[in-house]
Design a protein around this ligand. Structure first.
Ligand code: HEM
Length: 450
């Protein structure tokens, strides 16, 4: 970014523990650390930590620098990704270099707009079945329901697999797995994974459960042929251009596991947060219902009807701004770099936090307000890098269009059919377990639409 400047003295994050620095704070409230570093001390904040150099980069311009302009210098060789590899293996999210490029090229066509058109019906059918199962007037956890629904959607749409029977097991395993990974990421001194502590044993069982479900999907496809046009088929039929060989079983497992998990958990969290936000914004909910009624009547929304539901799209965008499921992106610096006058040494860690950048008042006036209408007008303040729920650059989410469509179709269909009221007395604390979840879920009561 700048090369011929004298490096400035770093602005340190204030800490009271001289030995451990910011580590205890990161362990107890990482969101707050990202937020304070970005909003109070930024744009470049040094995080004092034992044995490592770490920085928070807190402007859209710096996010663009790390994720786009100088992306080659910022790699995923961090403890967080190393932990993720324990579940996802070396798939699209965690791999790098030429291997990643090749895998991304194979998978990309499954996400082309024309392909997505076919998925709308899967999404609304899964929603209808979910709503059909709700007992009106009785409290239930919307977060758990929506997790099952999005799992079914990714299974059917991309892998042509019916995973409804496995949904509860996958949900439990995923919660155990993510909680374990964030714990180990933030507690570098915890006992190694081979030590049979109760935590380690629970984690191993959780990965075994996920492996079983993913293994079944692959085995069934190998045995039965199945559809030739979905993402699983593309992965299975791909051949290395040099050797002519297909993917090994291990590679296939890692890619399927990645799509299976990355493809439903984030979207479910987004929808949970959206339901929470709408529960606090009855006026927006009323307008969404009116928009759906005017455009669709009682018919389910489709991919084609989406452009005629702008308020629904804006509500989804705004929920991703306030509660981005991927709340922080971490990267390792490959070669010394100088940003905004600060030298980032080779090997340092840098963090870019969508959670915090989405709250910068210079770009988002009244940043804490849930205001879908802010998206109705072009705002020059919203420059590249100020909104990055899907990251940006070459490692941007492959499923961004899929996810936005899914959220819009599901929330519209739910609101067409029922009114959801939040059970009073809930706190909705964001829990950053790799992805951002509402702690304790979102307890709601559904009532029929008049
Ligand atoms: C609201 C929903 C979603 C959000 C907020 C989200 C967010 C993200 C973010 C921030 C990244 C970059 C992660 C990194 O740098 O390590 C990412 C990558 C990825 N996402 Fe998503 N995602 C969502 C939905 C989906 C869906 C529906 C799919 C698949 C069906 C998916 C598949 C992936 C994959 C495969 C990658 C790795 C891409 C690559 O590096 O080539 N995501 N996502």
């Amino acid at each position: 970014m700048q090369t011929s400047v004298v490096p400035a003295r770093p602005v340190p994050f204030p800490v009271s523990n001289p030995l451990l620095g910011v580590l205890p704070l990161i362990q107890s409230d990482p969101l707050r650390v990202m937020e304070r570093a970005t909003l109070e001390f930024g744009p470049v904040t040094h995080l004092p930590m034992p044995g490592m150099e770490a920085w928070v980069l807190g402007t859209p311009r710096l996010a663009h620098h790390v994720l786009v302009a100088n992306v080659k210098n910022y790699v995923k060789q961090t403890r967080g990704y190393e932990m993720l590899r324990h579940v996802l293996g070396n798939g699209l999210v965690t791999s790098e270099g030429d291997f990643w490029k090749r895998q991304r090229r194979i998978a990309q066509p499954a996400f082309h707009r024309e392909r997505l058109a076919a998925f709308g019906e899967i999404m609304t059918r899964a929603t209808d079945d979910m709503v059909d199962g709700w007992a009106l007037g009785k409290p239930f956890d919307f977060a758990a329901e929506i997790m099952r629904c999005t799992l079914r959607v990714v299974g059917e749409a991309l892998l042509s697999a019916d995973v409804t029977r496995d949904a509860d097991g996958v949900g439990r395993a995923l919660t155990v797995g993510l909680e374990h990974l964030i714990h180990r990421t933030l507690h570098p001194l915890s006992l190694p994974e081979w030590v049979p502590t109760p935590r380690n044993t629970r984690f191993k069982e959780a990965v075994a459960e996920l492996d079983r479900v993913v293994g079944d999907i692959i085995t069934q496809r190998r045995a039965g042929g199945g559809p030739q046009h979905d993402l699983l088929a593309m992965l299975m039929e791909s051949r290395d251009p040099e050797t002519g060989e297909g993917m090994t079983d291990a590679q296939l497992r890692d890619e399927v596991m990645t799509i299976f998990l990355a493809g439903h958990e984030t979207t479910a969290n987004n929808l949970s947060w959206l339901a929470m936000l709408l529960g606090h914004a009855p006026d927006v909910e009323r307008r969404l219902v009116a928009e759906a009624r005017a455009v669709l009547g009682d018919a389910p929304p489709t991919m084609e009807s989406m452009p005629r539901l702008p308020l629904a799209m804006n509500a989804v965008k705004e929920s991703l701004r306030l509660y981005p499921p991927i709340w922080t992106l971490g990267r390792r610096v490959v070669e010394d770099d100088v940003v905004e006058g600060y030298r980032l040494a080779k090997g340092s860690l840098v963090f870019v936090s969508p959670w915090a950048i989405h709250r910068l008042p210079e770009y988002w006036p009244d940043p804490l307000a849930f205001d879908p209408d802010r998206w109705a007008v072009e705002d020059p303040r919203r420059q590249h890098g100020s909104y990055l729920p899907f990251s940006m650059g070459q490692r941007k989410c492959i499923g961004d269009t899929f996810a936005m469509a899914e959220a819009l179709l599901i929330i519209t269909r739910v609101l067409q059919r029922v009114h959801l009221s939040l059970v009073p007395g809930q706190r909705f604390t964001p829990e950053p377990v790799i992805t951002l979840r509402p702690r304790g879920g979102v307890q709601v009561v559904a009532s029929a639409r008049a």
